[in-house]
Design a protein around this ligand. Structure first.
Ligand SMILES: Nc1ncnc2c1ncn2[C@@H]1O[C@H](COP(=O)(O)OP(=O)(O)OP(=O)(O)O)[C@@H](O)[C@H]1O
Ligand SMILES: [Mg+2]
Length: 263
């Protein structure tokens, strides 16, 4: 069995669409015939809720918190996996709000997710990790474990600084751990027909000539799908943003050399 392709969805700026993009890219990869594991690494648990698994967020231990902080509980990750119509999910949990200081103190605290995923990732084609909105130990765990990052950003000028900080952080992690982390694409999200958005689309293309810059429009249907506990593919595959996410999935397949497993 091949190693799965692993990808985290990260941007320390809050509310830019990390969770929306993560769920819908995972939905697209499922639509393309892949087995997808979704990991909600955000203590806010938005993806867990957006996949209709809110009771898992409130479940008693062991949770992802124990898996990440207690080496003896690492294998418990397999008991956390929940089946969703489109993907398997490792849900977040209310206890995750206390995980960062524990990881700071832990031995190999930045590698805990990678070690835990080794227990379960073998049966998947893709592992998608949704990150919290800051560059702390959880984001480091996601970047270290996946070595690939997909970056959602709003088409607003404040995104410039956010992306600069993120790229600097990725570079410093690469140096510290002696690893390579690849930026797989920027997803300009919640794009509207405004001058600022048009200008920013131009800026993205210019600033990232070597990686794809995709565009996801502002669509209430994406919020409705979230509320319904699914990606747009399960909600209404005829929506225009479904084809936009399918394009992202198809290009990721090409980048990861996964086109041959499509059914
Ligand atoms: N393309 C879009 N069109 C319309 N609404 C969107 C779109 N993308 C995201 N949203 C909405 O914007 C809000 C923030 O999105 P989301 O939760 O995905 O961002 P986030 O980056 O994960 O946030 P956080 O930083 O808190 O984790 C949500 O209410 C979501 O439904
Ligand atoms: Mg989120």
């Amino acid at each position: 069995m091949n190693e799965p392709a692993k990808l985290c969805v990260s941007n320390q700026k809050g509310g830019v669409g990390k969770t929306t993009v993560a769920i819908n890219v995972a939905g697209a990869l499922n639509e393309l015939g892949h087995d997808v594991l979704f990991v909600d690494l955000d203590p806010q648990g938005n993806a867990t809720e957006g996949l209709g698994l809110v009771e898992e967020y409130e479940a008693s231990p062991p949770s992802l918190f124990d898996v990440l902080t207690d080496a003896d509980e690492r294998t418990a990750i397999s008991s956390l996996v929940v089946e969703h119509a489109e993907m398997d999910v490792v849900p977040s949990n209310i206890d995750m709000t206390a995980v960062e200081p524990e990881l700071v103190l832990a031995r190999r605290g930045g590698e805990r997710l990678a070690l835990a995923l080794e227990e379960i990732e073998g049966s998947y084609d893709y592992v998608i990790v949704d990150c919290p909105p800051h560059l702390g130990y959880l984001a480091d765990n996601a970047l270290y474990a996946t070595r690939n990052v997909l970056i959602p950003a709003l088409a607003e000028s404040t995104s410039k600084r956010a992306l600069e900080l993120l790229f600097d952080h990725v570079e410093s992690l690469e140096r510290d751990y002696e690893i390579t982390i690849r930026e797989r694409g920027v997803v300009a999200n919640r794009v509207e027909e405004t001058n600022e958005a048009r200008e920013m689309m131009g800026w993205f293309e210019q600033a990232f000539p070597d990686i794809p810059v995709w565009e996801i429009r502002k669509r209430v249907a994406l919020q409705r799908a979230f509320t319904a506990g699914t990606s747009v593919f399960e909600f209404d595959p005829d929506l225009d943003m479904a084809s936009a996410f399918l394009e992202i999935g198809t290009e990721l397949d090409e980048q990861f050399g996964r086109t041959e497993v499509r059914v």
